[in-house]
Write a new protein. Structure first.
Lengths: 103, 258
């Protein structure tokens, strides 16, 4: 059932979005980004399993592999930035960087 | 596949046009009011589980979420009990739902990372059911084995002194608006999916036998070869960038204005 995969993907994406908006810890915000990636992977694999046009639905799996490598690169860079930000402030609170807003 | 926070969308869709072709499959007592109650319970449980409340509120949140999950399991058993593939899928989905729920509401980062590993395992299970074994195996190895271990190392490096969760972990930031906006987004996505999902012209993938990894590899190495090379360069750049970023030490004269 394609709608099953799509709804589970939407559920993971929405929960990651809610967690990203709600939490103040930088690392948990990045973890919620990874949760959004999980939702996207489930969505893509749903379309790979039930392809819309005939033929082997491998594009979804290929896209998922690319997404996996992009997520790994983003996690590495994001965590390096988090470590640097922790060194500057001594805290993982995102409110300490609130002056970066443009008011 | 029904989730506990997208019932409101289906109720709205019921008001828009009669969902006879879906409701007649859900025969016994899983109707609009049931689904709306499940959605409200799920959203309320998520809101109560957000960090920042006192312990009785959190326990109430756990019970309400458990009630929503029980209604969800009842709906799944009523609707999908005839298909073994969907039973396994729904088990993985419920485990993933609970892992994600506890991940975004736990006040300690280490437990969030561990619950995220549970979410990755449930996603891997769903990928195995969708016959994407290579992607499932690489997801498990790379996510749960490499990325999450990196997260745990960074949590260990960037931890505060003194036990217990930090002050910024104990309270959620705008929990009501967050949960409400997530609700609305899920209602929109799920409403559109449930309305038009049955009209999508889906086919079975024409892959026979055990040759499920070979087409993926062939497509990756022929159609998307440029993409593979670019991703290799991207990973190299990310590695060099991460090393360069993490080596910087803050100097006193570079102190940023607070």
């Amino acid at each position: 059932m394609l709608t099953a995969y799509l709804l589970v993907g939407a559920m993971f994406f929405t929960l990651g979005l809610v967690g990203f908006v709600t939490r103040r810890n930088l690392i948990i915000m990045f973890l919620c980004t990874e949760l959004m990636f999980q939702g996207i992977v489930v969505n893509l694999v749903g379309f790979a399993r039930y392809p819309l046009s005939g033929g082997p639905g491998v594009e979804g799996q290929a896209f998922g592999l690319f997404l996996l490598s992009i997520a790994a690169a983003e996690a590495a860079l994001g965590l390096a930035l988090v470590v640097l930000m922790f060194r500057y402030r001594g805290s993982l609170d995102s409110n300490t960087w609130i002056f970066l807003r443009d008011e | 596949m029904k989730r506990s926070s997208d019932r409101a969308s289906e109720v709205a869709a019921d008001f828009c046009e009669p969902k006879a072709k879906r409701l007649h499959r859900v025969t016994r007592r899983v109707d609009g009011i049931f689904l709306l109650i499940m959605a409200i319970l799920g959203g309320l449980g998520l809101f109560l589980l957000m960090p920042g409340g006192r312990r009785p509120i959190a326990i109430a949140g756990v019970f309400i979420s458990a009630a929503a999950t029980a209604l969800l399991v009842y709906a799944l058993v009523v609707k999908l009990a005839q298909d073994a593939h969907m039973v396994a899928f729904s088990i993985f989905a419920v485990i993933g739902f609970w892992g994600a729920l506890r991940m975004i509401t736990h006040s300690r980062p280490v437990y969030s990372a561990l619950y995220f590993i549970l979410v990755v395992i449930s996603t891997t299970g769903m990928l195995f059911l969708a016959e994407a074994e290579f992607l499932a195996g690489s997801l498990l190895i790379i996510y749960a084995g490499a990325i999450l271990v990196t997260y745990l190392f960074v949590i260990m490096l960037a931890s505060q002194s003194g036990g217990g969760p930090a002050s910024y972990d104990k309270k959620a930031r705008e929990p009501f608006i967050g949960v409400l906006s997530g609700f609305v987004l899920l209602a929109l996505i799920a409403g559109q999916t449930l309305q038009h999902g049955a009209d999508l012209p889906t086919h079975e993938p024409m892959v026979e036998g055990a040759q499920k990894v070979a087409p993926v590899a062939t497509t990756l190495l022929t159609t998307y070869m440029i993409g593979i090379q670019i991703v290799g360069v991207l990973l190299l750049a990310a590695m060099v960038g991460a090393v360069a970023i993490a080596r910087r030490q803050p100097h006193p004269e570079e102190e940023l204005a607070a």
